[in-house]
Design a protein around this ligand. Structure first.
Ligand SMILES: C[S@@+](CC[C@H](N)C(=O)[O-])C[C@H]1O[C@@H](n2cnc3c(N)ncnc32)[C@H](O)[C@@H]1O
Length: 290
């Protein structure tokens, strides 16, 4: 990825590209179904008997999914106060999150604190300031890709959990189009040193460490049809999100572009439904904790 620029480092383009991705995918709807159906049982025993439940979101973006989870937490633990800390490097995302909080009713018992930094910067901050507070629930949703050492991050955030605490991660599944794309163009599109798709790495890491976990598949797809119309602005933004490269169609070498476009259309990544090209973005939820 030497000459290509990472999308995540171009904050405003990242934000537009991510928003377009959300508009074209069923990702948040699929997460919402999980939050309403399965999550309440997962949350039932966290913070048992405590007067306050301590939550942390890592890479929370605009906070839509966070607030849905907090609402389930409130229903499971009525009357209990909640502290919610957010570790998120993008100032624009934090502003969106704050705006959403200001418009959302029934959040009086939740105290929000935003840390505008990456997860590794947050780890440093805790060491420097000798912060020792523990958490009951930590979630890292669709963010572990941005860390070059995902194992170290998972280890660190696990170390912040109380005894009954849980860590929840959501990532693209190892059977998704994401995995196929990133495993095929490892050196061109990824600069992480794990050598394989992050979900596969995570499962292997947890097994090797003897850490038990539950996992749940969430089906989801993205309508990537616009990516195949040359010069289409939305298509280009979506392509940036898929490759995580800023201005991929302008900056990538022709052979890489042709290979990526072919693969995106390939049955291992996508299906054609009613004339639309639907990219397989199945996710997996991994829950670590008692
Ligand atoms: C794909 S978005 C997911 C946002 C949200 N969790 C969701 O699912 O809607 C990834 C988020 O991770 C944030 N991020 C990127 N690098 C990060 C890092 N090193 N540490 C923490 N968050 C990071 C981005 O700013 C962005 O908000």
């Amino acid at each position: 990825m030497a000459s290509l620029k990472k999308l995540v480092n171009n904050e405003s383009r990242y934000l537009r590209s991510f928003q377009l991705f959300l508009d074209r995918s069923s990702e948040h709807q699929s997460m919402q179904k999980f939050i309403n159906g399965t999550l309440p049982d997962i949350l039932a025993r966290i913070g048992d008997g405590k007067s306050s439940i301590d939550v942390m979101g890592v890479g929370s973006g605009g906070g839509k999914i966070d607030l849905q989870m907090l609402s389930q937490l409130q229903s499971k633990h009525p009357g209990v106060s909640i502290t919610n800390e957010i570790v998120e490097p993008s100032g624009e995302m934090i502003n969106n999150y704050k705006e959403l909080v200001s418009k959302t009713p029934d959040l009086e018992n939740i105290n929000f604190t935003w840390h505008m930094m990456t997860s590794s910067e947050y780890e440093l901050l805790r060491t420097e300031k000798n912060i020792t507070t523990k958490m009951d629930f930590i979630h890292m949703i669709q963010m572990l890709y941005y860390e070059s050492d995902p194992g170290a991050r998972v280890k660190f955030f696990r170390s912040l959990l109380n005894q009954t605490g849980k860590l929840l991660l959501i990532l693209g599944s190892g059977t998704s189009g994401w995995a196929k794309l990133r495993n095929t163009y490892k050196s061109e599109l990824c600069d992480s040193n794990i050598g394989q798709y992050v979900t596969t790495y995570l499962n292997e890491y947890l097994d090797a460490e003897g850490i038990t976990f539950q996992s749940y598949d969430l089906s989801s797809s993205i309508d990537i049809t616009e990516c195949f119309t040359v010069g289409d602005e939305n298509g280009e933004l979506l392509l940036d999100f898929l490759t995580q490269v800023s201005d991929f169609s302008k900056m990538a070498p022709e052979d890489l572009k042709a290979g990526v476009m072919d693969l995106l259309h390939h049955p291992e990544c996508s299906k054609e439904i009613d004339g639309r090209i639907m990219f397989n973005s199945t996710m997996v939820v991994v829950v670590v904790g008692p």
